[in-house]
Design a protein around this ligand. Structure first.
Ligand code: GLU
Length: 304
């Protein structure tokens, strides 16, 4: 097996429910990309949001990955136990004068947003960043703010392992984004950058729904003095009606799939969709290792 350099890949599932076929697709390919190059694989449970995540879902994810034949190195990392590290990074950015409180409610935020991003989310116009100290003090009497980072006009370019050249303008395409919610929970963009850095991740393979996050993550890595991993964004597995798969698509959830299929059958279906084998037949992740190649992978979203 070729070891080009010491690749460290990662699984980063959100334990907000049982994994569905789309999650398995990302996990299988992230694992194959790292392991086929002789790399390490680490596991992080992205359980920051107490409203959506449950410990029992975390346990289930560990069991499901094992059941599929996907292993990882070291012990799983839980974001809910790492608040002090996010706080430290937050203070670092605050020290650089980049953070400001945002008092907008959800409705106000939407009203104060520029045209929406391609993923449907809104680009904040930076309004609260222009408040005077007196205005802030006044608003703080009645509202608990969220905290945003002020982004520059820079256009960030990078080359994706699968999608090719990609660029995004921080101000226009992303806007000042939230690093900490008003209830104190640190945001995904901050946590992911801090953790990929701390866990020594060099290769991020995930769904292309996160492609538009890359400019923000690369920029935060710069600000925090962290190295840039390489990124490969996979086409999305869609529901049969062309929608993105969601946790509510129960028939594609692993609990349901397990009634009909064995683990090698599920892996075989995914491997066939990845064009690593010609027809869907039972196979284990380990047997796929010599067959993995970035060149073979499809680039367009698909359903199965
Ligand atoms: N936790 C995210 C998800 O399950 C993935 C985040 C990432 O890969 O950066 O969608």
């Amino acid at each position: 097996m070729e070891t080009k350099r010491n690749i460290v890949g990662r699984f980063a599932p959100s334990p907000s429910g049982r994994m569905h076929l789309g999650n398995l697709w990302s996990c299988l390919l992230a694992w194959l990309a790292a392991r086929s190059a002789g790399g390490r694989m680490v596991l992080r449970l992205e359980d920051l949001d107490p409203d959506r995540c449950r410990p029992e879902y975390c346990d289930q994810i560990l069991r499901d990955l094992e059941w599929l034949g996907l292993d990882w190195d070291g012990i799983p990392v839980y974001q809910s136990r790492r608040t002090e590290f996010y706080a430290e990074a937050f203070r670092e950015l605050e020290g650089q004068g980049l953070i400001y409180p945002c008092f907008c409610t959800r409705a106000e935020r939407l009203a104060a947003s520029a045209p929406h991003r391609s993923d449907g989310s809104a680009v904040y116009d930076g309004g609260c960043g222009r408040l005077t100290a007196e205005e802030r003090a006044e608003l703080a009497k009645t509202r608990r703010p969220s905290w945003r980072v002020r982004v520059p006009e820079d256009t960030i370019t990078y080359s994706d392992l699968l999608q090719g050249d990609y660029y995004g303008n921080l101000k226009r395409d992303c806007g000042d984004f939230i690093l900490r919610r008003s209830d104190g929970v640190y945001a995904y963009q901050l946590a992911v950058v801090v953790d990929d850095g701390a866990m020594g991740v060099t290769q991020v393979v995930r769904g292309s729904d996160l492609l538009s996050s890359v400019p923000r993550q690369l920029w935060l890595q710069e600000r925090l003095g962290l190295p840039h991993p390489e990124y490969g964004h996979l086409p999305l597995l869609l529901a049969s009606d062309g929608r993105r798969l969601a946790k509510r698509d129960r028939d594609q959830e692993l609990g349901q799939l397990q009634i009909q299929y064995t683990a090698p059958e599920i892996v075989g279906r995914l491997a066939c969709a990845a064009k690593l084998i010609d027809r869907s037949e039972p196979i284990t992740p380990r047997e796929l290792l010599p067959l993995f190649s970035w060149e073979m992978l499809p680039k367009e979203d698909f359903s199965m």
